[in-house]
Design a protein around this ligand. Structure first.
Ligand code: SF4
Length: 185
């Protein structure tokens, strides 16, 4: 027999066990059930993983003029739902990702942190636009945070002032790759 044919993957091995058991060979039932339970564990893990990547719920959270671009992003023109980036949620407890759209003043830091902490884990942050990334035009202002990464862990940055909704769509797909474990940061 060809060497490659001898190598069975887990599913083939499982099928073979079932076939052998039906033939009346001596295979202990607990072996079959152990394999079945392993298989169901692997399959349910896969389903959870797939649904986590393809059902990302963003928090409805616009801080400044970038929020206009965020509204455009939510329109039918971009249609982000086709990639599994779903409706904006009005409560952090139902959201996976915080899109920081606009500048953050120092007085708002406690509220932004509280919203982030109320989000369920695993949770992600996208810095949308120059203000959220580095302070933007208000870089030297006394009351604007020089980037939301000084407050929260940012997963993806979106460039531009104003940033384009298409750029955000690209960032969302990058985030999905990160959630899926396809990209290492
Ligand atoms: S990046 Fe530009 S468009 Fe966005 S909030 Fe700042 S100033 Fe406004």
């Amino acid at each position: 027999m060809d060497e490659q044919e001898k190598v069975l993957n887990a599913r083939q091995e499982m099928d073979q066990l079932v076939v052998d058991s039906l033939k009346g060979r001596k295979i202990k039932p607990n072996v079959v059930f152990a394999k079945l339970s392993d298989l169901s564990k692997v399959m349910s893990k896969g389903v959870v993983h797939w649904s986590r990547v393809n059902s990302v719920w963003p928090l409805q959270f616009g801080l400044a003029c970038c929020a206009m671009e965020l509204m455009d992003f939510g329109s039918a023109r971009i249609d982000a739902e086709r990639k599994g980036f779903l409706l904006f949620r009005a409560t952090p407890r139902q959201a996976d990702v915080m899109l920081v759209a606009g500048w953050v003043t120092k007085s708002m830091i406690p509220e932004v942190k509280r919203l982030y902490e109320q989000m369920s884990k695993p949770r992600y942050v996208i810095a949308f636009g120059e203000c959220a990334t580095c302070g933007g035009p208000w870089w030297e202002s006394y009351n604007i945070v020089k980037g939301i990464d000084q407050v929260l862990p940012v997963d993806v940055y979106v460039v531009g002032c104003p940033p384009r909704p298409e750029n955000l769509f690209s960032a969302v797909m990058k985030l999905q790759k990160k959630i899926g474990g396809d990209v290492e940061y």
